[in-house]
Design a protein around this ligand. Sequence first.
Ligand SMILES: C[S@@+](CC[C@H](N)C(=O)[O-])C[C@H]1O[C@@H](n2cnc3c(N)ncnc32)[C@H](O)[C@@H]1O
Length: 504
Amino acid sequence: MISENLLIEFREFLAQHMGLEFPENRLPELERSIDRAAPDLGFKDVDSCVKRLMSEQLTSHRIEVLASYLTIGETYFFRDEKSFKVLEERVFLDLLRKARSSHQFLRIWSAACSTGEEPYSIAILLRRILPDFDDWNVTIVATDINTRSLEKASQGVYTEWSFRGAPPWLKQQYFEKTRKGHFRIVPEIKRVVKFAYHNLAQDPYPSLLNNTNGMNVILCRNTLMYFGAEQRQKAIRKFIDCLLDGGWLIVSPAETSLVVDHRLETVSAHGTMLHRKIGGPARKVKISETAITLSQPLVPRQAVPEPPSHETTEYLQRLSGTPSSMKFDLPSEVESRGFSYEEALELYREGRYSEVTKKFPVKISRVPLHGKESAREASLLAQAYANQGMLIEALEWCAKATTADKLNPKYHYLFATILQEQGRNEEAVKSLQKAIYLDQDFVLAHFALGNLLLSRKNSARSQKYFDNVLNLLLKCENEETLPESDGMTAGRLKEIVRAMTHRL
Ligand SMILES: C[S@@+](CC[C@H](N)C(=O)[O-])C[C@H]1O[C@@H](n2cnc3c(N)ncnc32)[C@H](O)[C@@H]1O
């Protein structure tokens, strides 16, 4: 038995760290769940379990165990048929029409994806409606707090239960039967979806770091209803920051009334309510918590030798593989509108990326750029473009930043992040190596390189970089926010890396 006061204190703790809310009528359920979770968490009795959880650092392992007892992972393919019909006939039709005439990019985030049925359904839907699917650059990021669910999702093997209510063609066309009589998703669908751990209550978003920026569509269905009002509002605000202008936030029909924000308009289609981010100037909103860390100077370590002798721009041009006339010729005659860096930064922090790119370049597009100040302006533009999914422009401005401030590792890191978003992993590895060459203590660059190598199945080399991360983090306080991390703390990164290396 646990005292009522302690249970209520624990309820607040869960709301803060996992977003989950347990109202009065669900308190007995919470007590039963934690009672069952205690042995798995290594405690004999529930009382000491709850006290220790609240007084010690909440590790990934503990979150993982708690998530498996406290969250509901219920999901299945093409869940809520009507929503998929609306997605096909309203959302994707609209987005694809616009994208086809320009860049053929589409970025989707299935937040709280559980065991993966939802993001795979989206991938299948897109393959069906896009005859030239392979010519498109489709990114589907799928995240959850429950690592066991994510592991199952990455395997992509399902039982009949996941197909309840699904159309008959689904299994026949997109799954292979295993010897055990289960169903394995076909490789061409599997490769489109990228699964990753992400806690909506704690981890940063939008962020280039975890690829949650510049989204056309975010699905967060059957999850916000379990969040407390404060965490829910916070999550909705951050989702909107992640969306491109005109992008869509899709929740379940039971949750639409919970989604209220002045930056969203409600669109009704086939009797379903959808939410779309209003494009153009928005009213001033509170600065998001995920402040970017541009203001923190990253000074190259002493005794760093000169980078390779070739001009950085040329080097970057070679990396990006595109002729200079295409990538770096920007207008030289420009008029200054007096739009300051600080104003642009403020807009950026508010998630008003299109305003940054519309107003800011006029002032700074003189070529060539020189010095740290121009570099930081160019880098802000690069990030604003990246957050709108305009990766070519983002790459151009990032290249300008590296030219203007050659020895600054953070611009090479940013460059690598954008290349990675384009699927140009080999070039991204080179840029990350360069960032580390300029600053051996650049934690996020080591982490990104470890991740990249891991995705290329080079676990021995990735382990080396993860070890570097852990060694560097020994020097940091857990609460310390890491540079270039969009608000990630040292303690959080330690947890993530430990969980990853554990699995390795
Ligand atoms: C009912 S499932 C929804 C699955 C899918 N979106 C659907 O509608 O079919 C809810 C999911 O939310 C996840 N979840 C709960 N709290 C979360 C948090 N703070 N961050 C990320 N995911 C969370 C759970 O692990 C679970 O997989």
